[in-house]
Design a protein around this ligand. Structure first.
Ligand SMILES: Nc1nc2c(c(=O)[nH]1)N[C@H]1C(S)=C(S)[C@@H](COP(=O)(O)OP(=O)(O)OC[C@H]3O[C@@H](n4cnc5c(=O)[nH]c(N)nc54)[C@H](O)[C@@H]3O)O[C@H]1N2
Ligand SMILES: Nc1nc2c(c(=O)[nH]1)N[C@H]1C(S)=C(S)[C@@H](COP(=O)(O)OP(=O)(O)OC[C@H]3O[C@@H](n4cnc5c(=O)[nH]c(N)nc54)[C@H](O)[C@@H]3O)O[C@H]1N2
Ligand SMILES: [Mo]
Length: 623
């Protein structure tokens, strides 16, 4: 961690651009000048074009709740800026899971110590969820088996007892095929289905069409493997499905997660300790977002909303143009899809861009002003997780680096400079944490207070089993058939639809995260770069042979959006027709390796989520 926090590249003072956008020439200025420049510019923009000409762009930065959705949200609500739909990460899957289960409520992952069968589905847990892997390792000592279903035999697939390769975007077909066999072979738990689910009879009829031959042709999973997996799943208790983020970064990602989430109900796994599923557990730790974010400060309830996945397009719109972009907690040039459009938008001379970050990121290179951000070790905040059920508090443990300011401090300064008078802009970190935790609507939060956190550093949610109990679905039960989905224009029963074929190019391209970076974080850190070495393109040996490509050859991959040059790694880790690269790398001199130049910016079937993994590309060897 010190390699990052005390990295000599870390920003220590505000900077003002003196060169061309993207060139990286800046001079230091004072905080006073920086804040004055921003608010004077914004006052002018608001007078001439209205506040919607300003857009915040942010995501979760260091994952601190105050830093990601605290004073910043209050500030931009009051300012009346365009709103950002933050759906780059897990939006499609969270909504899909919610249709089946009534919210982000899975099993307590600590109970998976009792699990006998782990199905890690579209998750690279060895890299992205190592705490789950530690528990699974312990369970394995007691005989548990680990099955991994993925498009890439990566670290996690290699660690599994059984790796099942699947064609990208076909997971709902696989889940429906498993249901077909479970019903046909009477491996379902009828009493559980009757007591706790809606629509089992309809589902039984519906999955007749997903016979093993049909499903095998769609998914690339052999008929034998389908039977083996279905029978293993139907006869092992407790079994746990850990649903990852990977399979929902597709056009059909919401439905894929909705469908997989039905499986544990068929076998009644939810009542076994260590049995069930989980996509994300944020429901248990839900806090008072209204008190923290203060949407009531927003005057115009119809303020326009811009989707963060389409930031490139949004910056290029001529109608009601965005004239100022304020980026914090995110690095859109590297992380957002269709990156050439993002860069083109950021090059606009009439766009006033400010970036608040710890580093001069690829996005900051285009900024008019760059502001130094404090790290999580330098600020007070509270944290929760996508996986475990503890709330944690962090108080500053080191001195603030240079002139850095935390997000909370920065937005307080901006609010003061804008003359915002509400007391919400005077709140301290402690005030805000207290407001967020004061949330009787969430009984799981009982006993989690500023005091208990300060005393213990972390406190677990008051967990209780989901069953017997009432879910937050309209029926209170697991919805195998969902009337609500029908009303929202979806198939009410889990269904397979193919991903969009966005061109005739021959390969599906999956640019997934890698082991040593965190999205783009650490991709600028020498230590982490040296651990990863360089980005590689994993491809099937048969495809490589056809194209005359050997290990280590440089290949160009391209589509209508962009191109990259990567080192080929042919082998048996992906199926034919599939290409995988890992990590959000920045370009280096002479090497185009910025993979989001290739990814599509259309939106998923649910939650306006991102579809990073549904794009097509072509490739050729560079001679
Ligand atoms: N080391 C590391 N850890 C991280 C991150 C990181 O960048 N690096 N990022 C963090 C963040 S923000 C998130 S959201 C999580 C994400 O972590 P995960 O939930 O693990 O999601 P991904 O790594 O995006 O993708 C998981 C797997 O999905 C596979 N996949 C892609 N398409 C399909 C498909 O159609 N079907 C199936 N079955 N598999 C498919 C990919 O090959 C990959 O192995 O990790 C967090 N933790
Ligand atoms: N091709 C492809 N693209 C992807 C993904 C993928 O799997 N494949 N994954 C997607 C997913 S799941 C996600 S969540 C997004 C993540 O996208 P981002 O949210 O942009 O994630 P990071 O790259 O980690 O960038 C976070 C930035 O915030 C900065 N930061 C950290 N702490 C603070 C702070 O306290 N204050 C301020 N102001 N800044 C701070 C960091 O230095 C870093 O530059 O990327 C998405 N992009
Ligand atoms: Mo994410």
């Amino acid at each position: 961690m010190t390699a990052r926090i005390y990295d000599s590249k870390r920003l220590s003072q505000p900077l003002k651009r003196i060169g061309a956008k993207g060139e990286g020439k800046f001079i230091p200025i004072s905080w006073d000048e920086a804040i004055d420049t921003i608010t004077s510019k914004w006052r002018n923009l608001i007078n001439q074009h209205g506040p919607e000409s300003i857009l915040p762009y942010s995501f979760y930065g260091n994952m601190g709740n105050l830093s990601a959705e605290g004073m910043d949200r209050r500030f931009f609500h009051k300012l009346g800026a365009s709103r950002l739909e933050r759906s780059i990460c897990n939006a499609a899957g969270a909504i899909g899971y919610g249709y089946t289960m009534g919210g982000s409520f899975g099993i307590d992952p600590e109970e998976t110590i009792h699990t006998k069968l782990f199905i890690l589905w579209g998750i690279n847990a060895v890299s992205t969820n190592m705490h789950q892997v530690t528990i699974a390792q312990q369970a394995r000592k007691n005989g548990a088996k680990v099955v991994v279903i993925d498009v890439h035999k990566n670290q996690t697939g290699k660690w599994a007892d059984w790796f099942i390769p699947i064609l990208p975007g076909t997971d709902s077909a696989l889940a429906l095929g498993l249901m077909h066999i479970l019903y046909a072979e009477n491996l379902v738990n009828q009493p559980f289905l009757e007591e706790y689910t809606v629509g089992s009879a309809e589902l039984r009829e519906h999955v007749r069409q997903y016979d093993p031959a049909t499903v095998s042709a769609i998914t690339g999973v052999s008929i034998d493997d389908l039977y083996t997996l279905a029978r293993m799943y139907g006869s092992t208790t407790p079994s746990f499905i850990r649903i990852g983020n990977g399979l929902q970064h597709h056009d059909n990602g919401g439905m894929a997660v909705r469908t997989i989430a039905c499986l544990p109900a068929l076998t009644g796994q939810w009542v076994a300790k260590g049995g069930g599923a989980m996509k994300g557990n944020s429901g248990y730790l839900a806090f008072n977002t209204n008190a923290l974010q203060r949407p009531d400060l927003l005057q115009n309830k119809k303020t326009r909303v811009i989707n963060m996945n389409q930031i490139g397009q949004a910056l290029l719109e001529k109608e009601k143009p965005i004239l100022s972009l304020f980026v914090y907690n995110s690095n859109p040039v590297l992380v957002a899809p269709n990156a050439n459009k993002v860069q083109q938008g950021l090059m606009r001379e009439d766009l006033f861009t400010v970036v608040h970050d710890l580093f001069l990121t690829e996005t900051a290179m285009y900024a008019d002003l760059v502001l130094p951000a404090a790290s999580s070790y330098e600020t007070e905040d509270f944290y929760n997780s996508y996986w475990h059920n503890y709330v944690q508090i962090q108080k500053p443990v080191i001195e603030t680096y240079g002139q850095s300011k935390s997000n909370v401090e920065l937005f307080k300064l901006l609010a003061a400079s804008m003359d915002f008078k509400e007391s919400a802009f005077q709140d301290s970190e402690e005030d805000m944490i207290r407001q967020a935790l004061d949330f009787p609507d969430n009984p799981y939060l009982e006993g989690i207070t500023y005091e208990s956190l300060s005393e213990n550093q972390f406190v677990k949610a008051k967990m209780r089993p989901l069953f017997p109990g009432k879910l937050r679905t309209p029926s209170g039960k697991i919805e195998l058939y969902s009337e609500q989905m029908k009303q929202h224009g979806y198939e009410p029963l889990p269904t397979y639809t193919s991903i969009v074929k966005d061109s005739d190019l021959p390969f599906l391209f999956i640019p997934a995260p890698n082991h040593n970076f965190l999205n783009s974080t650490f991709s600028n850190n020498d230590k982490h770069i040296s651990m990863e070495k360089e980005p590689k393109l994993h491809m099937n040996a048969v495809d490589a042979l056809k194209l005359g490509i050997d290990t280590g050859d440089m290949v160009r991959i391209w589509n209508e959006r962009g191109e990259c040059i990567l080192k080929a790694a042919p082998g048996d880790t992906v199926l034919a027709g599939v290409l995988v690269s890992q990590g959000l790398w920045q370009n280096t001199p002479g090497r185009k390796q910025h993979i989001n130049t290739l990814t599509p910016d259309r939106l998923a079937d649910m939650g306006n989520g991102a579809v990073f993994f549904s794009g097509r590309v072509n490739l050729e060897k560079i001679l």
